[in-house]
Ligand binder design. Structure first.
Ligand SMILES: [Zn+2]
Length: 409
């Protein structure tokens, strides 16, 4: 073996060794025999498969607040004013920094949406495709080409660009149909193009507070009609929280039947939604509990990191886990385990990692050793990432380094 992790604590509390060869887990169990080129005793710390950040925006990340924005629409316009400043070098410098932050925090796969509009062309996408290659030994970067704007038109010029993006090699096609002039037409056209190139789709859906979930319902219906079950991701779905329970139940059932994965983005929604409300201010976070109870695959993700959409964020899925747990009021130990799984297993399922992912023989050895013994402790204490492995190779070590310079007598 190349690497043997001794005494790894699993989420169920059991202690097992993990044997790794050629970048994959080969064997698991208590007291595995050696030999191994390297043996690391993790001393009962929690070991999880690497985090999967299933929804980010790397070409926007770290541009700063750009004057500030008091709503989603204002944030979109604030970023649009920066379009002419985007260069390959600038995008790569900021995105590279975020990827390194993410790697340090134990993210093994990160999906970024990338703006593809005539004003930008393919500059951002090409810059990120290069980074994808460059960082491939350390993190898997997935790219989703998306048209964007307020009241945008999925016209021929934009469709042509999306098609070029598909040819260049993106991992999915996306968009924000509810912000387009004709949401249903946008969904249809994107499905057509994705079908032509054999790509899955990943949309921003109903990112608003109005009690109107027709876009999500239409997406679920079309997913079923076209036989796309399991290949469609819907991010945000904020409006699902604004409709009455019976409407929500009807749409959630359609989402379940269509096997659409839902990505909730609580940190960004809490910042941008409900801006027109007086008290009480709505949170804008979708119905995660009901979706999970119905059997829908739900993950959480970072979304925007230090840009006009959200001034905060550290590309740290454990930080997002805490925010998610707080806003969803999921604080019991088993609920915190569910939250941790939403940022690992569920996110892996949403992004199509399949058999390559997980803690089992045959899976890629993308692992994080946390300074905690249980999922609840990891989330609550914001545990340091003691060891981060990508394909069995150590790519980061984290430490808690606060020292107190006093002693209570
Ligand atoms: Zn987004």
């Amino acid at each position: 073996m190349d690497l043997l992790l001794r005494r790894a604590r699993f989420m169920d509390g059991s202690l097992q060794d993990i044997a790794i060869r050629d970048g994959r887990i080969r064997d698991m169990g208590p007291d595995l025999p050696g030999p191994a080129r390297e043996i690391v005793d993790v001393k009962g710390r929690l070991v999880i498969p690497a985090f999967v950040d299933a929804h980010t925006h790397l070409e926007k990340a770290l541009v700063g607040v750009a004057g500030g924005a008091a709503s989603l629409e204002e944030a979109i316009l604030a970023f649009a004013r920066l379009y002419n400043t985007l260069t390959r070098e600038d995008v790569q410098a900021r995105a590279g920094k975020v990827l390194e932050m993410a790697i340090g925090h134990g993210t093994g796969t990160l999906r970024s949406h990338v703006t593809v509009v005539p004003e930008i062309g393919l500059v951002a996408l090409e810059a990120l495709l290069e980074l994808k290659e460059k960082y491939s030994p350390f993190i898997d970067l997935q790219l989703v080409a998306m048209p964007a704007g307020v009241d945008y038109d999925l016209d021929d010029a934009t469709l042509k660009l999306l098609e070029e993006a598909a040819r260049l090699g993106v991992d999915a096609l996306g968009g924000a149909p509810h912000l387009s002039r004709d949401p249903f037409d946008s969904i249809d056209k994107t499905f057509d193009l994705a079908e032509k190139y054999g790509l899955p789709v990943d949309f921003h859906v109903d990112e608003h507070d109005e009690p109107d979930v027709r876009t999500l319902e239409y997406l679920a219906e079309k997913t079923r009609e076209r036989g796309w079950a399991g290949r469609v991701v819907a991010g945000h779905c904020c409006a699902l929280a604004a409709v009455p329970d019976d409407v929500a139940a009807r749409v959630i059932e359609k989402v379940r039947e269509a096997r659409i994965s839902i990505i909730t983005l609580p940190s960004c929604n809490l910042y941008l939604m409900g801006r027109k409300d007086r008290q009480p201010v709505r949170r804008g976070v979708t119905r995660v509990r009901e979706l999970l109870e119905a059997g829908v695959n739900v993950a959480y993700a970072s979304d925007n990191i230090r840009d006009p959409f959200r001034p905060f964020g550290n590309a740290d899925m454990l930080e997002e886990a805490l925010i998610t747990a707080q806003v969803l009021q999921m604080g019991l130990p088993r609920e915190l385990e569910t939250v941790l799984k939403m940022g690992t297993y569920n996110a892996a399922a949403a992004t199509g990692l399949g058999e390559d992912y997980g803690l089992r023989p045959g899976a890629r050895a993308d692992l994080v050793v946390l300074e905690a013994e249980s999922p609840a402790e990891a989330v609550i204490t914001q545990a340091a990432k003691a060891y981060v492995f990508k394909g069995g190779r150590l790519v980061a070590r984290g430490r808690k380094d606060t020292e107190l310079y006093f002693k209570v007598e």
